[in-house]
Design a protein around this ligand. Structure first.
Ligand SMILES: [Zn+2]
Length: 375
């Protein structure tokens, strides 16, 4: 499971920051000279350009005292509340993942410092795991993998019957069936459908989430059998010690000698995708080149104005990373310029049509196999 298939997809919880979640607001409320002691590092006032030249191993980041610490404690207490005597060890790396054979969780380094979260947003347009809700959501998922490894659960016959073969290869992509009731819904993009190991981790995360009311929510779904099985299994495990107690850290930041600049170049390449051309006919459904509208704003400037909002909403609905969606918008803007299109309807209506065209395009690509998995 290394490194993090789920990082291919972005978060729909991104919008939770609208509700005032501390993770991100922290950045805005820390004046530069009132940085908490735990965040005081020599590089925190550097410009992005200078910061990008630093090597990840030289950042001297720590989980203790960071945004991550309370969330990890919360995960441990949720496990403890369920009688599970297991605390997966955690460390900083480049991405979220739980390695094969190691019952622990790697967390992306940018979450350990607000300056790096800000850089992440600038480079990737979103901060995966950067809100309280989303961080916990991913931690619970990764805890599912770690627990599976620790107690060697996937060797059990019933595990195989319900989830499938753990040894099955990770596919290059998967085609999610949005209406399927065989899988729980936790991370975006119907992620449980990606692989039996992911199905287990997702189902475990739903089971672990306090007040998830899974019995009621999944009533009549085949996924309920999986949840009931996990419930039984966790009752059996309660109070027992894990068999695999390895504390190895895979790809810790101390060993990552690439610079932030190189790191982001690779990361952006991962999310780049050859989207099909934006069809002119779709753009003409939204905009017009009729001279009657020559005093109206240009379609390109209109798209630039709504870009951020539209990107967030479509990403939220489809589970696709904002960085990827932004590329489609960029293509749309360029094509609108070439066709000299203008806004021909009230802006509210134009915005609605942009969202529809964009969502349809993203969904078409999902169904033709966009869901590449970075194993
Ligand atoms: Zn996973």
């Amino acid at each position: 499971m290394a490194p993090s298939p789920e990082s291919v997809f972005r978060s729909y919880e991104f919008c939770s920051k609208k509700r005032g979640v501390p993770g991100w607001t922290l950045l805005q409320i820390i004046p530069s000279d009132a940085c908490p002691v735990s965040y005081r590092v020599p590089w925190y006032r550097l410009s992005d350009e200078h910061l990008l030249d630093l090597r990840i191993c030289d950042l001297a980041l720590k989980i203790k005292g960071s945004f991550l610490e309370p969330h990890i404690k919360r995960l441990y207490s949720e496990l403890n509340d369920r009688g599970i005597r297991f605390k997966p060890h955690v460390w900083l790396s480049e991405e979220w993942f739980s390695p094969d054979g190691v019952p622990g969780i790697a967390i992306p380094f940018y979450l350990a410092h607000p300056r790096l979260m800000k850089l992440e947003r600038k480079q990737m347009l979103e901060v995966e795991g950067g809100t309280d809700t989303e961080c916990l959501r991913i931690l619970r998922h990764e805890a599912g993998h770690a627990l599976d490894t620790a107690f060697r659960l996937h060797f059990k016959r019933k595990w195989r019957e319900l989830f499938g073969s753990f040894a099955q290869r990770y596919p290059d992509f998967y085609k999610p069936k949005p209406k399927s009731r065989r899988y729980v819904l936790h991370l975006p993009a119907w992620y449980a459908q990606a692989h039996p190991a992911e199905d287990f981790a997702e189902t475990f995360a739903v089971w672990l989430t306090p007040r998830s009311r899974w019995r009621r929510r999944y009533k009549g779904w085949q996924a309920l059998n999986k949840l009931e099985y996990i419930d039984e299994l966790m009752n059996e495990l309660a109070g027992t010690k894990p068999r695999n107690r390895t504390r190895t850290k895979v790809e810790p930041i101390s060993e990552i000698r690439t610079t932030l600049r190189e790191h982001y170049r690779h990361k952006r390449e991962k999310y780049d995708f050859d989207w099909p051309e934006v069809y002119d006919r779709d753009l003409r459904r939204i905009f017009s080149d009729d001279p009657r509208h020559k005093t109206r704003p240009s379609a390109a400037s209109f798209l630039r104005t709504v870009r951020r909002e539209v990107r967030q909403i479509v990403a939220e609905g489809t589970g696709v990373h904002q960085y990827t969606i932004d590329h489609v918008l960029e293509n749309m803007i360029n094509r609108c310029k070439e066709l000299r299109l203008r806004v021909a309807t009230p802006t509210r209506e134009a915005r609605r049509r942009v969202m529809i065209v964009l969502t349809v395009q993203v969904m078409n690509v999902l169904h033709s196999g966009y869901h590449r998995i970075a194993v």
